[in-house]
Design a protein around this ligand. Structure first.
Ligand code: ZN
Length: 215
């Protein structure tokens, strides 16, 4: 899908309008074309003060949702910027099975990832742009993430376990990919069904009952 490159002036006006009311930003749901576009590489289109305010609003929106990651296109801004933060709370057995360790707040700018090794891990995940549903996605267990932070400093870091899942999910958003594109279609479950039936530490029981393959 091609669309004209948004100018810095347009992006600045869009972000200023988004921020003018304060509080969490409205999150766009699947079906909005901005979620299917490739985000523009960020190269200073917003001035530093506006970028800081935008990042703070993304974080506030993510925490309020609540979620563990949010990409700029999810609030309608087609820039390659995402925020992540996971306090990793929950039953210990599930946290351990998923490799869900705390991921301190950080900003991903122009991220890309590649797998580190062949291992994949399949668990239920959800998305703030697909409210009410979850599905099992097999993702790389370890990835090398490259990009920048919000001050333009280079990032080159290996993520494993749940943090690896989070950075893959958010980086995919910036390329117009939703987790449903990479999930097992037969695993699609409402939040109610997940809470009622699929709260086991791993997805094995769900795979057997719903009829999908695990890696
Ligand atoms: Zn998402």
């Amino acid at each position: 899908m091609s669309s004209p490159r948004p100018t810095p002036a347009l992006l600045t006006r869009q972000v200023e309008e988004l921020l003018q009311h304060g509080g969490p930003l409205p999150i766009l749901a699947a079906g909005d074309p901005v979620l299917r576009g490739v985000a523009e590489p960020y190269d200073g289109q917003l001035d530093d003060a506006l970028l800081d305010r935008f990042v703070a609003a993304l974080r506030e929106t993510m925490l309020a949702a609540p979620g563990v990651g949010l990409a700029a296109p999810q609030v309608g801004v087609p820039l390659s910027i995402a925020v992540v933060e996971d306090k990793a709370r929950g039953p210990r057995e599930a946290l351990e099975a998923r490799g869900r360790t705390p991921l301190p707040f950080r900003v991903l700018v122009n991220p890309s990832y590649e797998p580190e090794g062949e291992a994949r891990a399949a668990f239920f995940e959800g998305c703030l742009s697909v409210p009410g549903w979850q599905a099992v996605a097999a993702r790389y267990a370890r990835v090398r993430l490259r990009g920048q932070d919000e001050r333009g400093r280079a990032v080159d870091e290996v993520f494993a376990g749940w943090p690896a899942r989070i950075v893959q999910h958010e980086t995919d958003h910036l390329n117009g990919t939703l987790y449903l594109d990479v999930a097992e279609p037969r695993s699609l479950s409402s939040n109610e069904a997940v809470a009622r039936c699929w709260s086991q530490p791993t997805a094995e029981t769900a795979a057997e009952a719903l009829g999908f393959e695990l890696p």
